[in-house]
Design a protein around this ligand. Sequence first.
Ligand code: RIB
Length: 302
Amino acid sequence: MTAKIVVIGSFNADLTSYMARMPRPGETVHGDRFVTGAGGKGSNQAVAAARLGAEVTFIGRVGADVFAELAYEIWDAEGVNRDYVSQDDEHATGVAPILVDSSGENMIVVVLGANSHVQAADIDAARERIAAADVLIAQLEINLDMVAYALQTAKALGVATILNPAPAAALPAETIQLADYLTPNETELETLSGGDATDVEMAARGLLTRADQTAVVTLGSQGAQIVSGAESISVPTYEVDVVDTTGAGDAFNAGLAVALAEGMALAEAARFANATAALCVTKRGTARSTPYRAEVDALLAT
Ligand code: RIB
């Protein structure tokens, strides 16, 4: 069965500099490489899901500028449906200057531009596509009222929802409640909880208000923690050589969405998502470093 996924979210042109170590405030350091590539959490998730074999529709906004071409190029190459992407004549395509050090860690600034101007009409136009989907995924790099509207639309149509609350932002309880699956990392969990999240299970449980809601907390090299009903399951990840962690969370969410849409049980889906993210960090780049299905299947078979 081919998974049908709708992703609503951001596209950013990633302007990535690689360096031995990050500069301190006021300091200049030399970089050893600079790459302009396709990024944005939403688009990264859409590309990753398509590479995993899903039929993917992307809803979002880009500007009428040269950076939008990067988006069209990767979506067309990977078979992501862009019929519901609007070109915004007043706002520029999102950009993200990124610094990556030799340990693979990153620092990112996002200038969201057109991403912040998604309209209800953009979502309404895709209503039939959403209705036909197995899963809708949203993140927090578009205007938050439209995140809620998209989740509401999917829920009303009986479509499963994943809310990846990234980058970290406080959210109204009503928005969190619209997520069937909530996928924060530890920082995002802390922000959503409004306090200490050292006890991941307790913090995650505090966010779930429906009995059928699940949190899947990503823990980097520690894998993921599933918190659902009375259960709390830790799903370890794969040990790999880390080159660039940018986009790992996006790869994880895409893997989770595809696996759930294909009917995998939750723990199996989290394992699939871990494998997708683990492979992503072994390569430089964001969307372009997400793995194809055969690579994920091969890692899972080891
Ligand atoms: O998650 C990684 C992404 O965050 C990058 O592609 C960058 O554009 C920012 O949105």
